[in-house]
Design a protein around this ligand. Structure first.
Ligand code: G4P
Length: 305
């Protein structure tokens, strides 16, 4: 038996979302392109059943282009339309309108057969906190659009923004909850700085980042911080072949090296590992380590319906 437990406010949010969905033709779901699985809501397929679907791989400016393409193919293979965007950059949103039309082709055709012409597509933006919903709505809707006023049935206070003749957007982002019961999801969201909850202390979070990056992008950290190989590195082989303890040891050694290279010291010359960890996490989150993704589509094929 699969027991689902939601805290009260989530049950309420879920109910409100279900209500709003009744008015919607197209669901625009934002995910963080660095962690497209962990930044999705577990119930979105059920909530958006029967609607045209679109996933925006947001923060694509920070994620790995090759991995973005693989994620786009995976979602497309599930009948979901995709665009890769940087919500802060209006230029990157130009393609979105065309993808929306494509995603709603069937609805437009159905309307046409019934003699309904020019009924705008109604859409809403949904996603877990911090994926960039508000940024996207502001950039996409801009200032030029007129509010169309309240319509019956829309959650009290919600308004529609008429973007153009063919598109209306619900003015409020639909805030969804993450897959909070899954430890790896929590870790990945913490690494991108999306949740404040201290699920691990900073040093351990940094070790996890080192482990993930060394697995997928070997050499990136060494190059960025000018680290030297540990003498026995080569003998130990690739990270995946190491035990958890060995990985932690190697990661803590690398963190110490980063602390040394970046002069993270406390009085007395001791290494300030907490500062090195913060620096590393910050460099990753801000893209200073390059465009890197923590999740690869091939590892999640069976979990994306
Ligand atoms: P939300 O409504 O889904 O909760 O997310 P929101 O738009 O508030 O965005 C969360 C953070 O992500 C903001 O940064 C925002 O600037 C940033 N962001 C949104 N889209 C993109 C993107 O495509 N690329 C990058 N690199 N960042 C993006 P913040 O630090 O919380 O605020 P601020 O310092 O930008 O004001």
């Amino acid at each position: 038996m699969n027991i689902q437990w939601y805290p009260g406010h989530m049950t309420k949010a879920r109910r409100a979302m279900k209500e709003d969905m009744k008015l919607i033709d197209l669901v625009i779901e934002l995910v963080d392109a660095r962690v497209p699985f962990s930044s999705r809501n577990p119930d979105i397929d059920e909530l958006a059943a029967g609607k045209a679907r679109m996933v925006l791989l947001n923060k694509a400016d920070l994620s790995d282009e090759g991995k973005n393409a693989a994620w786009a193919s995976l979602f497309e293979s599930r009948g979901i339309h995709v665009a890769k965007i940087d919500a802060r950059n209006k230029g990157s949103l130009k393609q979105v309108q065309a993808v929306i039309q494509e995603a709603c082709k069937e609805k437009i055709e159905r309307d046409r057969r019934r003699g309904i012409l020019n009924r705008p597509i109604r859409t809403m933006v949904v996603g877990i906190p911090n994926v960039g919903k508000s940024t996207f709505i502001n950039s996409f809707a801009g200032k030029a659009c007129a509010k169309t006023g309240n319509k019956p049935g829309v959650t009290k206070g919600n308004q529609w923004i008429r973007l153009n003749k063919t598109l209306e957007l619900l003015d409020t982002p639909g805030i969804l909850w993450p897959r909070f019961e899954d430890q790896t999801v929590g870790l990945h969201l913490a690494l991108i700085g999306s949740i404040n909850d201290q699920i691990l202390n900073r040093d351990e979070l940094a070790w996890e980042l080192i482990r993930l990056l060394e697995e997928v992008y070997p050499g990136v950290l060494k190059e960025r911080y000018g680290l030297t190989e540990e003498e026995s590195d080569e003998e130990k082989g690739p990270w995946v072949s190491l035990s958890k303890e060995e990985q932690n040891l190697r990661a803590s050694y690398m963190l110490e090296q980063i602390a040394r290279k970046r002069s993270c010291l406390i009085r007395g010359g001791e290494l300030d590992l907490a500062r090195a960890a913060a620096l590393l996490l910050d460099d990753f989150r801000s893209g200073k380590l390059g465009r890197l993704s923590l999740e690869q589509a091939q590892d999640y094929k069976d979990r994306v319906k």
